[in-house]
Design a binder for this molecule. Structure first.
Ligand code: NAP
Length: 339
């Protein structure tokens, strides 16, 4: 069976995922594309032999669409995901699931009412080989009970539309998701403090930021977010347990020794760093749709949790580093909780 995918939003990541579904993943075909910019939708659709649709509602309703991929602008995600659930179609939504906790809960409630999982949220780090190795080590018990996690998320530079709250909402949100999964634990509070700001970028931006999170089991996480670090795209993660530690491997790069120096290259962007993770994410999503099974990737509940926790971090940033509780509803049994 070939899964016929309809794509809502043909921008940067939408086009990248269309390429992935067309050239990398077997068992999938992009049959429908829509975008606010009709000319862009037509051009992208034509490039893969798909049909351009005037609206997302038309695309979701199309008998040529088995599953929906949402890659539009964040504030529109909830509307499209709710439309797919109403049509009973599996839907992959790029992060964020929605830009407010209330809208995330609307999706959660709609999915629960539907009665089975249809939604997967695009937190691709769970599909990265290095994080999966860390997860296996933690699950094996070889480093004992985890106590502390040290992380860094560094980008070389960001554009002038990037503002201070995006450090939590767009950047740290990836650590928030992957650490909840890695530790199999919930984040209950956030605190954000701002050291001396780099002079290399815009005066309006608080960069770097240091974020502290605490989990329900008392694990302490520190995360440096530094989005104008100049030297490269660098993701670090180290979990310290009672009997040892496990560290995220750096991407493989040749070691060069010459002229009295030894060196290895540092990647320059997230697309290269997580290219394999994105491929695996889509292979596994398409496999679940093909099998008629529920998706195994990040759920609508994970999307809700990530939004609540990043909102808490933003509130801490805006209140000069107060510790802010992540005000989350109890997790329903539908999503593996007890409520
Ligand atoms: P982008 O280049 O601005 O693309 C968004 C596209 O969606 C644009 O073509 C936009 O059209 C279109 N669009 C907006 N509202 C729409 C609607 N209601 N119906 C149909 N099309 C609509 O943005 P992007 O960088 O691709 O990001 C898209 C999403 O992916 C964001 O939520 C972002 O956070 C997420 N993302 C995730 C990752 C990751 O690491 N997982 C990485 C990058 C992006 P106009 O240009 O005409 O407005």
């Amino acid at each position: 069976m070939t899964v016929r995918v309809g794509v809502i939003g043909a921008g940067m990541i939408g086009q990248d995922h269309i390429r992935r579904l067309t050239d990398v993943v077997t068992g999938a075909r992009v049959t429908a594309v829509t975008d606010l910019d009709a000319a862009r939708a037509a051009e992208v659709a034509a490039s893969v032999g798909a049909t351009a649709y005037p609206t997302s509602a038309d695309l979701i309703a199309s008998p040529d669409v088995d599953a929906v991929l949402v890659t539009s602008w964040g504030p529109t995600h909830a509307e499209h995901v709710l439309g797919a659930i109403a049509a009973g179609k599996p839907v992959f939504c790029e992060k964020p699931l929605a830009t407010t906790a209330e809208d995330c809960l609307r999706v959660v409630e709609a999915e629960r009412a539907y009665g089975r999982r249809l939604v997967q949220v695009g937190f691709m780090r769970r599909f990265d080989a290095g994080y999966r190795q860390m997860k296996q080590v933690l699950a094996s018990g070889s480093i004992g009970t985890p106590l502390i996690v040290h992380c860094a998320h560094r980008n070389p530079t960001v554009g002038d539309t990037y503002h201070s709250a995006m450090a939590a909402q767009d950047t740290a949100v990836h650590e928030i998701d992957v650490l909840r999964w890695l530790l199999d634990d919930e984040i209950v509070s956030a605190q954000v403090i701002t050291p001396r700001a780099t002079s290399k970028r815009f005066a309006h931006l608080k960069d770097p930021q240091i974020m502290y999170f605490e989990t329900a089991n008392g694990v302490r996480i520190d995360l440096e977010v530094f989005v104008n670090c100049q030297y490269g795209y660098d993701i670090q993660c180290e979990t310290v347990g009672e009997d040892g530690l496990v560290r995220l491997p750096d991407p493989a790069a040749a070691h060069v020794r010459t002229a009295g120096q030894h060196s290895s290259a540092v990647l320059q962007d997230w697309k290269a760093r997580f290219a394999d993770a994105f491929d695996t994410e889509f292979r596994e999503w398409i496999a679940s749709v093909t099998a008629g099974a529920e998706p195994t990737g990040p759920s609508a509940w994970d999307g809700y949790a990530a939004t609540v926790i990043s909102d808490a971090a933003v509130r801490s940033l805006e209140s000069d580093g107060t510790v802010v509780t992540a005000d989350m509803k109890p997790r329903p049994t539908f999503y593996g909780g007890t409520a």
